[in-house]
Design a protein around this ligand. Structure first.
Ligand SMILES: [Zn+2]
Length: 263
C-alpha cells in the first residue's frame, strides 16, 4: 500500500483555551503522524478584528432559532451582530447559542489562507460554539460534536452536549426539575459517567476527535465500527468515554496499520 501524504495539520483555537491544552493535542498529533508538521494557529477570527462587522454578521446569520426548522439565512438583527462582535473581541462568552454546523465550517474555512486550501493541508477548528446539523430523516437539527470535511470543526461544548447521557440521568433530571431540586446534586450523582464542562478529561477526548478529522482527510471516512477505536462515532457519552479513555487501546488493528503509512 502506498504511503499517504499529509503536508501539514493546522490547529485553530476559537474560545477553547480555558478548557483544552492545545499544545498537548498538537504534541499528540506529532507523535502519531511522525514527520508531518503540526502548527497551532490560535483564534482564526483574531486576524479579522478590524473588519469584524462582516464576520459578526455572517456568524449572526447562521444561528438556529428553531431546531425544527431548517435554517434560511436572513439579515440578522442589529443586536445579534453586536453580540457576535463582542464575542469575536473576547468580551463575552457564548452559551445557549446554536449554529448551523456546515455553515459555521464554511465561515471558518473562508479564513484559511489561499495557498493552504489544498487536500494535503488538514485544517482543524476547535471551538466552544455549539452547533447542530439538519437531519432530513426526522426533519430537525441535532447537536453535534464535529463536522468533518476538507477542513473540520470540533466543538468542546458539543462533546459535552451532543452525545446522550445515561438514560437514568434524564429520568432523574425530570424528577429533580419537578421537585425543584438543585441539578448540581444530580451531576454529582452521575459524576464521571459523562464529559462535563471544565472536565479534566476533555483534552484527552479531543485527541481522538482530531484524529477523526485527520482520517477524514486521508480516507474520506473519519469513523470506525470498532467500539474501542478512537474513531468510533459515539452517540452516547458512555460510548465516547469507552472509545477515547477506557478501551485499553487507541486504534483498532486496521487503523493502527493505516496510520503507520502516513508521513
Ligand atoms: Zn478503527
Amino acid at each position: 500500500m502506498k504511503a499517504i501524504r499529509v503536508d501539514a495539520v493546522l490547529l485553530y483555537d476559537e474560545g477553547t483555551a480555558e478548557q483544552l491544552n492545545i499544545e498537548e493535542i498538537a504534541g499528540y498529533l506529532r507523535d502519531k503522524l511522525k514527520r508531518v508538521p503540526v502548527e497551532v494557529r490560535g483564534n482564526p477570527l483574531a486576524s479579522c478584528r478590524e473588519k469584524d462587522p462582516d464576520w459578526a454578521r455572517a456568524l449572526a446569520s447562521i444561528k438556529i432559532q428553531d431546531a425544527g426548522r431548517k435554517l434560511a439565512i436572513s439579515e440578522p438583527l442589529y443586536g445579534e451582530v453586536q453580540y457576535e462582535q463582542r464575542r469575536i473581541l473576547g468580551k463575552t462568552r457564548a452559551f445557549g447559542v446554536l449554529y448551523d454546523g456546515f455553515h459555521l465550517l464554511r465561515i471558518f474555512s473562508e479564513l484559511i489562507p489561499r495557498g493552504e486550501r489544498a487536500p494535503g493541508f488538514v485544517h482543524i477548528f476547535l471551538t466552544n460554539r455549539l452547533f447542530a446539523t439538519w437531519d432530513d430523516g426526522d426533519r430537525r437539527y441535532h447537536a453535534r460534536t464535529s463536522v468533518y470535511g476538507l477542513s473540520s470543526v470540533i466543538s468542546t461544548t458539543g462533546i459535552v452536549e451532543a452525545p446522550a447521557r445515561p438514560r437514568e440521568y434524564y429520568i432523574l433530571k425530570r424528577q429533580y426539575e419537578m421537585l425543584g431540586k438543585d441539578l448540581l446534586g444530580l451531576k454529582e450523582r452521575f459524576k464521571g459517567s459523562f464529559i462535563d464542562y471544565e472536565d479534566t478529561r476533555l483534552t484527552e477526548v479531543v485527541k481522538g476527535y482530531v484524529m477523526q478529522a485527520v482520517l477524514y482527510s486521508l480516507t474520506g471516512d473519519p469513523f470506525c465500527d470498532d467500539r474501542g477505536c478512537r474513531l468510533y462515532n459515539a452517540h452516547w457519552q458512555e460510548e465516547l468515554i469507552f472509545a477515547q479513555l477506557e478501551s485499553g487501546y487507541e486504534f483498532c488493528l486496521r487503523h493502527t496499520g493505516l496510520l503507520q503509512l502516513v508521513g
